[in-house]
Design a protein around this ligand. Structure first.
Ligand code: FES
Length: 151
């Protein structure tokens, strides 16, 4: 290569390498976005009530003061009967998605992940949860309890 030819070559990084880095960076961004969506769908599965079939069970299996665990769609839930009402709560904590546990003695839901507490009506009592527990509709049809159907 002549001295004249060597002087005409660009001295910085070649444009080819820059394009390669751009393409690889774009692929990494797409992969990161896809991975984020996949993780989100694992942590917060869709619980569209339009696609979820109602859950029914005999009222006799839920005495006043009692509870009954169910799975509504893909969501673990607990039906709670008080002297005044029958309600069904998602057991998925509204903070970061851990499963809450019913504390029979205290009549409240407890989240062991960050000491979140909810009362028997799903309202936040303590800890970081930002929202009450999700509720599903409940109605009594004759001697059956129906969860997840419009009244
Ligand atoms: S996930 Fe329930 S309190 Fe944090």
């Amino acid at each position: 290569m002549s001295e004249q030819a060597a002087k005409s070559l660009p001295s910085g990084p070649s444009p080819f390498i820059s394009r390669r880095r751009l393409i690889l960076g774009g692929m990494a961004a797409v992969a990161a976005a896809w991975a984020g969506t996949a993780v989100q769908s694992l942590l917060f599965p869709s619980t569209s009530t339009a696609e979820t079939k109602p859950v029914t069970f005999p009222l006799a299996e839920l005495p006043v003061g009692g509870t009954r665990p169910i799975t509504y769609g893909a969501t673990p839930a607990l039906v709670v009967r008080t002297p005044e009402s029958i309600r069904c709560f998602s057991l998925v904590c509204t903070h970061l998605g851990c499963l809450v546990q019913w504390q029979e003695g205290a009549k409240e839901f407890y989240c062991p992940c960050h000491d979140g507490r909810f009362d028997q009506f799903g309202e936040v009592l303590a800890g970081p949860p930002p929202l009450p527990l999700e509720q599903f509709t409940v109605r009594v049809d004759g001697d059956m309890v129906v969860v997840g159907e419009e009244a």
